[in-house]
Design a protein around this ligand. Structure first.
Ligand code: S3P
Length: 433
């Protein structure tokens, strides 16, 4: 894929449904009593992997990819069937980790795997707490990664302190906690995205949240008899909106509105960073869709300044860091991103892949142990760069290319199908408007 710089970017856009919420709608829909209808479902490869896994567990899932409507016939908490084949989570960390929590409580054994990237991502973070609850989980290659052999058991409630602020870890434990013999709690060092807590509550589970005096967060769930189906309207994904927000800020003559974006406070760090960088950004028409807040976001070309990003803000923008690094290249002064070592265990090592690609385009960017330091204001030039099969890297680089001084060729850009299959079409629509 070759991206040419543009001078002008105008228009209104609706981005695909939120990836995290789409996954969870399939999972809770499958475990509930009754039918769940999901609208604005994300038809990206990761969420399709979740659908396929639950079909293999005996759940009927109808998908209309044109209307983006999915209908799930729930089988109740105890209605999943033993799969006849290995479950394939593809590239999806969310599918792998969350479904492991559910499989830990089933009266059968499942083998769960995924693509080459998934087979390198750390699973010890879920194996440890789920084993403490009583599940038997074996990493078949003995490296604490997938493929995993999961043999379900009667689970016990635990009080687990997670070393990482990870919604995937938290959600795996909470889903297992639905089946435990007593309350299950997970404490995380900072609050990660809370879509599981909101959706579980909407489906009738008893979930509570307490902020501790040391700044950590304790989330607890009671064992459930059943969950009850609810229709889900998925908001636009703020992680996908982030690319157009960034483009609208750095392209010289730009004004872009992204409609109906989820602005859950556990996900809105990108908005806080834009404001700190001096962006012209308006968040309007704020309202709730089900349990999730949504809004329209308008941005226009801005003169940006560097900022410092770290601490509790990191989990609220973890997937946006590649595109925030791009913004920092176009800002005056220095941007420091710290406390973000989790970037190393995403679909690629995002500290390395961001630094490699933006350096090749002429940026002054240095990797650190837990993030990166960017001295902005140096023009970017054309280059041949690699996505490393990481969708967020491909899209962030496409945005960098829009204000570079020459064309940028991105190899392996088709990985955008993971979270945003229509990304290049939507981008083109704004450049032609
Ligand atoms: C996700 C949680 C985050 C995020 C990922 C989706 C989720 O991962 O990076 O893209 O849906 O729960 P971690 O839980 O590993 O931080």
């Amino acid at each position: 894929m070759i991206i040419h710089p543009v001078r002008r970017l105008r228009g209104e856009i609706t981005v695909p449904g939120d990836k995290s919420i789409s996954h969870r709608s399939i999972m809770l829909g499958a475990l509930a009593k009754g039918t769940t209808t999901v609208t604005h479902f994300l038809e990206g490869a990761d969420c399709l992997s979740s659908i396929e896994c639950f079909r293999a567990l005996g759940v009927s899932v109808e998908n209309d990819p044109v209307q983006k409507i999915v209908r799930i016939q729930g089988r109740g908490l105890h209605g999943l069937q033993a799969p006849k084949q290995t479950l394939d989570a593809g590239n999806s960390g969310t599918t792998t980790r969350l479904i492991s929590g559910i499989l830990s409580a089933q009266p059968f054994t499942t083998i769960l795997t995924g693509d080459a990237s998934i087979q390198k991502r750390p699973m010890k973070r879920i194996i440890t707490p789920l084993s403490m609850m009583g599940a038997h989980i074996e990493s078949l290659n003995g490296n604490d990664c997938a493929p995993l052999k999961i043999t379900g058991a009667g689970l016990h409630g635990i009080n687990y302190t997670s070393p990482v602020a990870s919604a995937q870890v938290k959600s795996a434990i909470l889903l297992a906690g639905l089946y435990a013999d007593s309350q299950t709690s997970v404490t995380e060092p900072a609050l990660s995205r809370n879509h599981s807590e909101l959706m579980l509550t909407a489906y009738g589970a008893h979930v509570s949240h307490k902020k501790n005096s040391d700044g950590s967060h304790k989330i607890s769930i009671e064992p459930a008899e059943e969950l009850y189906a609810r229709d889900i309207q998925v908001p636009g994904d703020i992680s996908s909106a982030a690319y157009f927000i960034a483009a609208g800020l750095i392209v010289p003559d730009a004004s872009v509105t992204v409609k109906n974006v989820g602005i859950n406070p556990t996900r809105d760090g990108i908005l806080q960073v834009c404001r700190a960088m001096g962006a012209r950004i308006n968040v309007e028409n704020i309202h709730n869709e089900g349990a999730e807040p949504v809004a329209d976001i308008t941005v226009s070309s801005s003169s940006l300044q560097g900022t410092v990003i770290g601490g509790d803000l990191i989990p609220t923008l973890i997937d946006e860091i590649p595109v925030i690094a791009v913004l920092a290249c176009f800002a005056r002064g220095t941007t420091i991103i710290k406390d973000a070592q989790e970037l190393k265990v995403k679909e690629s090592n995002r500290i390395d892949t961001v630094v490699e690609a933006l350096s090749a385009m002429g940026a002054d960017i240095t990797a650190t142990e837990d993030g990166m330091i960017i001295h902005g204001g140096h023009p970017l030039h054309g280059a041949n760069i690699q996505s490393h099969d990481d969708h967020r890297i491909a899209m962030a680089l496409a945005i960098a290319a829009m204000n570079s001084e020459g064309p940028v060729e991105i190899s392996g850009a088709d990985c955008i199908r993971i979270s945003y299959p229509e990304f290049f079409t939507d981008l083109k629509q704004l450049t032609n408007a």
